[in-house]
Design a protein around this ligand. Structure first.
Ligand code: HH2
Length: 262
């Protein structure tokens, strides 16, 4: 899953693709590089990001989704917590709603997902983007994230989202200190054991800098991102949400070749 952020402030590429033509060119490049899904986002979820109005978010993402749809049938995911944005994105051609609030932001999120009939990514986040990195604490991060995701999946099914349309994501970096992120990655199989496809977003995240302080800039974190992506692939992730598609596709090809006995 290749990331296209149409935002001025995303942590790794904010501002680069706010312009429609630049975002479209980037989306096309990710398709050429081997992305299987494009994840389009119009609001940054990084700590202390500025909130975006519904109208502005729709104006950022819908023309891009329409333009991608004109020349590609690639599955498109909309990264939003707002039901109205998901609705507009699905009408424009998106088939997957990636929600970092696990359909918890608005009272009508669950019902909207059921009505739209799209796939949904339910992600775990502790707290809200503005404050989530202020000393997050857990007794048992793996058990708590697993129980949360299981409960949200049950709630989505009760609201009418079919089981096969639900994907789960532990939400690396969302209200988690380094040790929490590492515990979740080490025990990713326990999330996969819930029986849903697992989406994993480790690309360019801050935990890489926590391990390698020389990786101050998000763009310095490719090596760590690839290491974590392959670890995820080996421990039950079926979709990797990444910025560096070409490099990740190549890493996965080598990993797959090594795993296939000759
Ligand atoms: N991470 C980010 C945004 N959306 N969605 C899922 N399912 N999983 C993730 O790990 C995830 C996500 C943060 O990355 P990015 O989009 O690059 O930055 P920003 O939120 O600042 O736009």
């Amino acid at each position: 899953m290749g990331v296209v952020n149409v935002t001025p402030d995303s942590f790794s590429d904010g501002g680069r693709y706010l312009d429609h033509a630049a975002a479209l060119a980037h989306a096309r490049r990710l398709i050429t590089e081997g992305a299987d899904i494009l994840d389009i986002g119009g609001e940054s979820t990084r700590p202390h990001a500025e909130p975006v109005s519904q109208a502005d978010e729709i104006a950022r993402v819908v023309p891009l989704i329409e333009a991608i749809r004109r020349d590609s049938s690639i599955p498109i995911s909309i990264d939003t917590m707002k039901p109205a944005v998901a609705r507009a994105a699905v009408a424009a051609g998106a088939g997957l709603w990636n929600d970092v609030t696990a359909l918890g932001f608005a009272p009508d999120s669950m019902a909207t997902a059921a009505e739209l009939g799209c796939e949904v990514v339910l992600m775990h986040m502790r707290g809200e983007p503005a404050t989530m990195q202020d000393d997050p604490r857990y007794d048992d991060v793996v058990a708590e994230v697993r129980a949360f995701l299981s409960a949200r999946a049950e709630a989505a099914m009760a609201a009418g989202v079919p089981r096969k349309r639900i994907l789960l994501d532990p939400g690396i970096g969302f209200g988690k200190a380094l040790e929490h992120n590492l515990q979740l990655l080490r025990n990713l199989d326990q999330i996969a054991d819930l029986g849903f496809s697992v989406v994993l977003g480790v690309s360019r995240k801050r935990f890489v800098r926590s391990i390698d302080p020389s990786a101050a800039e998000a763009s310095d974190r490719l090596g760590g991102s690839l290491a974590a992506a392959l670890w995820g692939a080996d421990h039950g992730a079926s979709i990797l949400r990444v910025h560096d598609v070409r490099e990740t596709v190549q890493a996965l090809k080598v990993w797959k070749a090594l795993k296939t006995p000759t």
